[in-house]
Design a protein around this ligand. Structure first.
Ligand SMILES: Cc1ncc(COP(=O)(O)O)c(C=O)c1O
Length: 398
């Protein structure tokens, strides 16, 4: 049977990581993989996570099964973190949440739920979007289409084109929205734009599917979920997939959450029962450890405060680097590119760099970025910023 399988080409990001490791150049810069890095180029374990982890290990009495919905305290605390504890979607009982193995697991669970409804809707994702959205969503059997989102030249959202497309979609179709820190572009919607989108979704009876993977790393912990809160306050039905990988630095522990907002509590309860069945049929139950850590942090005032300070520090560091890169690019590249980097938010920016130029940056200057021009802002340092801007200027020009 397996003789029918041909080896697949390496995943582009993993290939880039391997090429970076193998590069013997004394000065080399990794702007590829999407993880936070500190000023030493390390992806640290947060101090709040270390403290919560120690408490979890000391207090845990059993490792017996928790069930397909995972840690219910985690589910409740995360729902409150995202929507705010007084949000009408929560107080009306229309929300149910299920712990998932990472944001990826959550995205897939939601996609499976959509196909379970029997209507097999088309899901519309931004052009461009995070590459893994495609297998995660279409793998569940959803048809995938793209709506216009990003103008590479100006580095801004093509909002009119986006709105125009949404205004043509049939009722029941699903629209995937990045809650904040758009991956790969860093170009986010303003709150006024979220409001317009929410109105169109409501009028056309479209189902929003919000992917919230970077809460706290854009404008602020609360600010980054304002768009999601607005959507949940406007439409009758929505899905929200959440990742704790980046803002809790729990990447390998695989912690995430899927929230379903239904028209009423009965439908929410029914949806949750289907989600548990779907989870049972794929991985049975999510891993406990990471969610136990998050629940410990969010239920403890001191740890919560420490965690918030650490998230704020990560965000502010990336903002400092963003501003420094923007300033340096203003001297070597176009004013548009410099302004776009300044205005974008979160871990990424997509630069107006061709795939060939990205190859040259890698081969000649040892700067590693994906061929679509995406850079990880946290991979920059204040020491490397001028070198990076000069190198980009040499392949792009003014
Ligand atoms: C946009 C987006 N959504 C979801 C995820 C899921 O992350 P994880 O499964 O690691 O929690 C990521 C991770 O890179 C992402 O960038």
């Amino acid at each position: 049977m397996f003789e029918n399988l041909q080896a697949l080409p390496e995943d582009p990001i993993l290939g880039l990581m391997a090429a970076f490791r193998a590069d013997p150049a004394p000065v080399k810069i990794d702007l590829g993989v999407g993880v936070y890095k500190d000023e030493h180029g390390k992806t640290p374990v947060l101090a709040a996570v270390r403290a919560a982890e120690a408490a979890v290990l000391a207090e845990q009495q059993t490792k017996t099964y928790l069930g397909p919905a995972g840690n219910e305290q985690f589910n409740a605390l995360m729902s409150q973190l995202i929507l705010g504890d007084k949000h009408t979607a929560l107080t009306s009982g229309r929300v149910r949440a299920l712990q998932a193995p990472g944001g990826c697991g959550a995205l897939r669970l939601g996609a499976e739920l959509l196909t379970t409804t029997g209507s097999r809707p088309t899901i519309h994702v931004s052009d461009p979007t995070w590459a893994n959205h495609v297998p995660l969503l279409s793998g569940a059997g959803l048809k995938l289409e793209r709506y216009p989102y990003f103008d590479t030249r100006s580095g801004t959202v093509r909002f009119d084109a986006m709105l125009e497309r949404l205004n043509t979609l049939p009722a029941g179709d699903v629209v995937l929205l990045h809650g904040c820190c758009h991956n790969p572009t860093g170009a986010d919607l303003s709150l006024a734009q979220w409001r317009q989108i929410a109105d169109v979704l409501l009028q056309r009876r479209l189902i929003p599917y919000v992917d919230l993977a970077y809460q706290g790393l854009g404008e602020g912990i609360t600010e980054d979920s304002e768009g999601t809160r607005l959507i949940a306050a406007t439409v009758p039905e929505a899905l929200i997939a959440v990742s704790c990988s980046k803002n809790f630095g729990l990447y390998r522990e695989r912690v995430g959450l899927l929230m379903v907002l239904a028209g009423n509590e009965t439908q929410a309860v029914a949806s949750a029962s289907h989600l548990r069945k779907i989870a049972r049929g794929i991985y049975s139950m999510p891993p406990d450890h990471g969610a136990a850590i998050v629940a410990r942090i969010l239920s403890d005032a001191k740890l919560s405060n420490d965690w918030r300070n650490e998230v704020n520090a990560m965000r502010e560091r990336m903002m400092t680097l963003r501003r420094a890169l923007s300033k340096a690019l203003a001297a070597t590249c176009t004013a548009e590119m410099a302004a776009a980097v300044d205005q974008q938010r979160g871990m990424f920016s997509t630069l107006a760099v061709t795939p060939e130029a990205a190859d040259t940056l890698r081969e000649k200057h040892h700067i590693y970025m994906t061929r679509d021009g995406r850079i990880n802002i946290a991979g920059i340092s204040l020491e490397s910023v001028d070198y990076i801007a000069r190198a980009i200027g040499s392949v792009v020009g003014r």
